[in-house]
Write a protein that binds this ligand. Sequence first.
Ligand code: UTP
Length: 445
Amino acid sequence: MNDLIETLKAAGQDALAAHLETLSGDARANLERDIASQDWMELKQLHAEKSTADLSKNVAGELRPMPWKIAEDDLRYDFWKETGEVVLGKGQVAAFLVAGGQGSRLGFEGPKGMFDIGLPSHKSLFQLQAERIKNLGAQVGHPIPWCIMTSPLNHKATVNFFEENAFFGMDRDDIRFFEQGTICALDPNGKAVLESEDHLALVPDGNGGCFRALAQSGTLAWLVEKGIRYLFLYSVDNALCRICDPAFIGALAADGHAISASKVVHKAGPQERVGIFAFQDGKPGVVEYSDLPDNFRDMTNADGSLTFDGGNIAVHLFKIEGLRKLQTSRLPWHTARKKVCGIENCWKFEQFLFDAFPLLGSMLPFGVVREEEFSPVKNAEGVDSPKTARVMIGKLHREWLEKAHVEVNPHKLYEISPSLSYAGEGLTRRLFERELGRGILEFDE
Ligand code: UTP
């Protein structure tokens, strides 16, 4: 107990220490628990570093674009796909969903994965993902374990939702939920912000907290015990994510050098708010859109295409040895100055998972077609919204049917259940006739 007070005082948090001393009973126990969850010396150091740093200069040193190609155009694509299926069939791949975000732009109360994007089936994002994972597992002959990272703010709601829906037909033992860490917001003078008398203003520590949480929750050990060698990491809100894509897995498995692989799309334009893959001082990584200087953002090649064109869609694959390395690495902290609990200009800190790439050293960019694999649901309306995701799914699934020589109404959109087809395979006219109105639904824009 005294240790906590000592720690707070050593870290310059005397006011918090004094406040704690005024509490007793449950209130004291609550605040002690919050205080014990934080690394106060790190917070002190962070505040000191960030208050003197020039935060406008996040990109320093030499910047070069990372060359990449659309993987489907590569002659090795079919080989990669078959290799990936073998690796999946041996049970060496798990899916890792980072779902600890607050989804504030969407404005939906509750975990984003529970959100219904308005497809005719009204399936939630979680259900669409579960069915896709289950179908692929059945095709390769081995169930795919699914790790789901939540935050203390949405953990209960997430687990309850899965329980209420009987884990969407997946085996409960193949799903592992765990919470990411939190970090205390600081006021402009570096003092801890209280959310209430007995709670600190704790916020999730960013999706980069996933590596620490993976190890600390025992999930990494669980994966190692299961014989997992590749972890497929993705965001909760990409409605088109091809989870555990066999070709992607096969490409990394066939590469003797890279420790991770990342999916890349052509940037929609210089203004699109996605990070880009680049080498910074020779190290591979991602530069966030807000950190990319305007002259680099707008730079074009002789043919008019963007020079920094490789957009990050937050779909990554890690070899397990890379994750082991990351559990002891310190990712940089990013800062935002925001109003917290009524106090203007507070410090909020978070880590970004793409900062892992320069630490790992070598990565494989794997180009994919945006219309087939990337439809983020970020905003309630306009770009990257439920409506854009619905339309993209509807068009893609209509295209799958057309490729299978099924006569469809060209003015309609289609939703194909991920339980029927993982990525367009196995569709026939007979299946269409049987499933129309059930597993295949027609809808308007
Ligand atoms: P975003 O950067 O889109 O953040 O997350 P967000 O919190 O979901 O949404 P906004 O910015 O508040 O509108 C990208 C992915 O990273 C996860 C999210 O759940 C999403 O899958 N994430 C984000 C975490 O897992 N933890 C975090 O602390 C932040």
